[in-house]
Design a protein. Structure first.
Length: 307
C-alpha cells in the first residue's frame, strides 16, 4: 500500500495476490472504505455504528468481514482504531523480475578507428594502442576513471582517463616495432607530441613548416626538450616564441633557460630566498645578526713586539 498526502491507492497486489478470489464482496467493500477514509498511515477512527450505516451491514456481518481482512493480513484493528497494512513483501517478491546474472555495463561505448600511428581519439585526447592494431576499427569503453579499448571482445589497451584537453596518453610499449618498420613514424610521433600542447602548438607547427628549417629535425629536437624540461615549460616558451615570431628548437631552448634564470634571480640581502618554500618562511624566521660579532669573538690579540 502506498500513501499520498491526502488519499491512498490500492496496490495491484490486491489482484495479483488473488485477494479478490478469496474475499467476500462485503470484505472488499470494507477494505475499499478503509483505504478511502484512512490518513497517510492508513489509519482511521470510524465506529462500528457508522460503518454499518454507510456499508449497510449488520453488526455480526461487520464482525465477520473484519475477521476476513485481519486473517488475510490486510488490516489491523484495536477498537476504535483501524489501520490498513502494507501487503506482505513475500507475496510481492514473486512478482519481481530477477536481476540479470551479469551487471549492466554503464560505461560509455563508442566505435573508434586507430590511426596509422596506433592512436585513437576520444573527446579531445588521444590514447595509444599496440602498433599491431593500427588502422583498425575498435571499440572504446570509458567511465570516469579509466578507458578500455577492445578489438571485438579482446581487451588490447587500458589507460587512465584524462580530463584535460589535447593530451597524448601513451603506453611506451605500444609503439615498439612501429618506428623501425615505418621511416616516417618518428616524424609523426614527434609531431603528435608537440600538438598535445594545444591550439598554440598548431599555429607554431604551421609557421615552423614555412621556414627553411628541416621540419623533422626540429621536431626531434623539440621532443628532446620535453624530456629535459617537461611539457609545461615547453608550452610557455612556445607561446613566447609565437609572440616574437621566433621559430626553431634553439629559440625555445634559450627562452626556457632565460625563464629559469629569471625565476632563480637572487633575492635582496636580508630577505628570505625565493627558493624557500613560502609555507616554511611563513612559520620559520631566523633573527638577523650583525656578522661583526663573529669577528669580535674570534679576534686574537697581536703579540707586542715592542721592548
Amino acid at each position: 500500500m502506498r500513501w499520498a498526502q491526502s488519499y491512498s491507492i490500492i496496490d495491484h497486489q490486491i489482484l495479483y495476490g488473488r485477494y479478490l478470489h478469496r474475499l467476500s464482496h462485503e470484505a472488499m467493500a470494507l477494505y475499499l472504505f478503509l483505504v478511502v477514509v484512512g490518513d497517510r498511515q492508513g489509519r482511521s477512527f470510524y465506529a462500528d455504528r457508522s460503518i454499518t450505516e454507510i456499508l449497510r451491514l449488520s453488526g455480526p456481518r461487520l464482525h465477520q468481514t473484519r475477521g476476513e481482512l485481519i486473517q488475510e493480513g490486510l488490516i489491523s484493528y484495536r477498537k476504535p482504531y483501524w489501520e490498513v497494512k502494507n501487503l506482505p513483501l513475500e507475496q510481492e517478491q514473486t512478482l519481481l523480475i530477477p536481476l540479470p546474472a551479469i551487471d549492466y555495463d554503464t560505461r560509455i561505448l563508442a566505435s573508434v578507428k586507430s590511426s596509422s600511428q596506433g592512436l585513437i581519439k576520444f573527446e579531445s585526447n588521444r590514447y595509444s594502442v599496440p602498433f599491431t592494431h593500427a588502422n583498425k576499427m575498435l571499440t572504446l569503453k570509458a567511465d570516469a576513471q579509466e578507458v578500455w579499448i577492445y578489438e571485438q571482445q579482446q581487451l588490447i589497451a587500458q589507460h587512465r582517463r584524462s580530463l584535460q584537453k589535447y593530451q597524448l596518453i601513451e603506453n611506451p610499449r605500444h609503439p615498439q616495432g612501429l618506428l623501425p618498420s615505418r621511416p616516417k613514424g618518428a616524424y609523426f610521433k614527434h609531431r603528435d607530441l608537440l600538438l598535445t600542447l594545444g591550439d598554440g602548438a598548431q599555429h607554431y607547427l604551421a609557421a615552423l613548416g614555412k621556414t627553411e628549417l628541416h621540419l623533422a629535425h626540429q621536431l626531434k629536437k623539440i621532443a628532446a626538450l620535453f624530456e629535459l624540461f617537461g611539457p609545461a615549460e615547453v608550452k610557455a616558451a612556445l607561446e613566447q616564441a609565437l609572440a616574437y615570431n621566433a621559430f626553431g628548437h634553439d629559440y625555445l631552448k634559450n627562452i626556457i633557460l632565460a625563464n629559469r634564470r629569471k625565476r632563480n634571480t637572487p633575492s635582496p640581502l636580508g630577505t628570505p630566498s625565493s627558493r624557500i618554500n613560502p609555507d616554511l618562511v611563513r612559520y620559520t624566521w631566523v633573527e638577523e645578526r650583525n656578522p661583526k660579532i663573529y669577528d669580535d669573538r674570534f679576534q686574537t690579540e697581536e703579540p707586542d713586539h715592542e721592548s
